[in-house]
Ligand binder design. Structure first.
Ligand code: ADP
Length: 521
């Protein structure tokens, strides 16, 4: 029969390769996707912080620039008599202004308020930070507002100034010294809404906290933005508060995905290994069955050819001597006996497959049963040149058992010891009682069995893998029947064997009374 292409070894290897490749590819892509997603989360988080910083700085700057515009619009330099009222109005308005000075660009003293003993401290402090001579006045455009931001060891200085021109063309510089607390309030008003989700701080160039404590610059999501034209000596710092949680979540997600990737790969490989083992077992079984058919045919053929040969000789009447004739009849008888035992073994095996075998329990005396069986075989065994020694305990009690099954199991052990004895033609049969069981042992001093095969020999169709065994007729089902019989009786088969030294097989049957057995069935 032609094997379908998908049973072909190459096709199977290809399919296994495809499964491994697709699992590995899928796992790799999933992992790449996860890492990619993590990076995306990270990038978008960083981007959103950058945007937030920029947005806040823009808004604060815009507020100050708007303020400047209002201040500039409130000032009219043409009528000095109105300056006091103007300054009052400016100071009272919510425009963060502490002092207003009207200056001539080159003068050391203010035009307004006029220099006096009262203003000398304020003016002095103002001039310390604001010196018109330091400004590039020629490049100032009239009515355009500017800022001066300075850091001093003990305070910050922040001023807006605008160059104005009178109708007569005189240039007057108007300076607004801003209030530091109100400036911080302005920052607070604009940054407060970030505080629940972010650490927010404004620091100077020496990293002193102007608004809140300075933030460590080493954080992964740390971002800083400068104020481009107003508080240009300050820096806005932002770090998300829960970024460690975000990172932990991302890390956990990656671990979970990695775990599932490894698990799915493990399961795939495990499934492949199971499929492979099942396939191997299937192939082995097929091989064993093929061997079995070969062995059985061979076993049947040998006695059949002998029977044919000797019966033909007898039929032709060529044998003159009565003794030789008897001898030939004996051979025919023995060989047909051997065939019939083989056939009943096969039938029992078939029954065992259909679970019909060995269930006809009755009160049995195993000692008597075996003694009877031995009598039937003794002549044959001794004729084959074997010495048979027996030790049968006659006090063995009756037990519930299937006598045919026990006889078959015993025969298989006995037949094996004859077959595998080699030149050591000696067999021992012993029946004893121990620990509530009947031990039926058959011993030979033949080829023996390596320890590695002690379990396997009880498998169906199994024959030891050595040249000596291959030469001996056999089908590999005898011990599996014997084991099955033992188990049906709640017992077991023990093997004690060493290569070159011989073997002892013990069929151990528990002694049971009728109700006992009924319970068990
Ligand atoms: P078989 O028909 O091959 O004898 P069995 O099931 O009875 O089948 O035995 C299985 C295998 O166990 C045998 O092929 C043989 O290799 C090994 N074996 C069984 N009995 C003996 C023994 N007494 N001495 C050595 N080998 C044995």
């Amino acid at each position: 029969m032609k094997v379908p292409f998908f049973f072909n070894t190459k096709a199977v290897a290809g399919a296994v390769g495809a499964i491994i490749l697709s699992t590995a590819t899928l796992s790799y892509l999933t992992y790449r996707y996860t890492v990619g997603r993590e990076n995306l989360v990270e990038t978008s988080l960083v981007q959103s912080i950058i945007n937030l910083g920029k947005q806040k700085v823009d808004r604060i700057e815009q507020r100050i620039i708007d303020n400047d515009r209002i201040l500039s619009d409130m000032v009219d330099v043409n009528e000095p008599s109105k300056w006091p009222a103007m300054v009052d109005a400016i100071k009272k308005a919510e425009l963060n202004v502490d002092e207003v000075y009207f200056l001539r660009p080159v003068s050391n003293y203010p035009l307004y308020p006029p220099y006096s003993y009262e203003i000398r401290n304020h003016w002095g402090a103002f001039r310390n930070s604001f010196n018109p001579r330091d400004l590039d006045l020629d490049r100032l455009t009239v009515n355009q507002t500017h800022h001066l931001h300075k850091e001093r060891p003990d305070n910050y200085f922040f001023a807006s100034y605008v160059l104005k021109e009178t109708h007569s063309g005189e240039k007057i510089l108007v300076c607004f010294q801003m209030n530091f607390e109100k400036t911080i309030e302005l920052l607070d008003k604009n940054l407060r809404d970030l505080v629940p989700s972010y650490y927010v701080s404004v620091v100077d160039f020496e990293n002193n906290g102007v608004y809140n404590q300075p933030i460590s610059r080493s954080g992964k999501y740390y971002h800083e933005t400068r104020f481009p034209s107003t508080f240009y000596k300050w820096i806005l710092q932002i770090v998300p508060r829960n970024y460690t949680d975000i990172e932990r979540n991302v890390r956990n997600q990656r671990r979970v995905i990695l775990f599932f990737i490894i698990l799915s790969m493990f399961l795939t490989f495990l499934s492949l290994a199971i499929i492979y083992a099942a396939g191997r077992r299937e192939r082995q079984l097929r091989q064993l069955k093929e061997d079995f058919i070969g062995n059985v045919s061979h076993e049947l053929k040998t006695p059949l050819s002998l029977i044919r040969m000797f019966s033909e000789i007898l039929v032709t009447g060529r044998v003159k001597s009565e003794q030789t004739r008897q001898e030939y009849f004996g051979i025919i008888h023995n060989e047909s006996d051997r065939m019939s035992r083989l056939i009943s073994n096969l039938l029992d095996f078939a029954g065992l497959e259909r679970e019909e075998f060995g269930k006809h329990f009755e009160k049995t005396n195993i000692s008597q049963l075996i003694a009877k069986e031995l009598e039937a075989y003794r002549y044959q065994i001794q004729k084959d040149g074997f010495q048979l020694s027996t030790s049968i305990d006659s006090n063995i009690p009756d037990t519930l058992a299937d006598p045919n099954a026990i006889a078959m199991a015993f025969f298989n052990l006995l037949d094996n010891s004859v077959k595998y004895s080699g030149d050591q033609k000696q067999i021992g049969v012993k029946i004893a009682q121990a620990n509530g069981c009947i031990d039926l042992s058959v011993t030979d001093w033949g080829i023996g069995i390596p320890a590695s095969e002690h379990q396997k020999i009880f498998e169906k169709f199994y024959r030891c893998d050595n040249a000596a065994v291959k030469k001996i007729r056999g089908s590999g089902i005898g011990l599996s029947i014997t084991k099955h019989v033992a188990e049906l009786h709640g017992g077991e088969v023990l093997v004690d064997s060493e290569p070159g030294k011989g073997s002892t097989f013990t069929l151990r049957i528990p002694i049971r009374q009728a109700p006992d057995l009924a319970n068990n069935e």
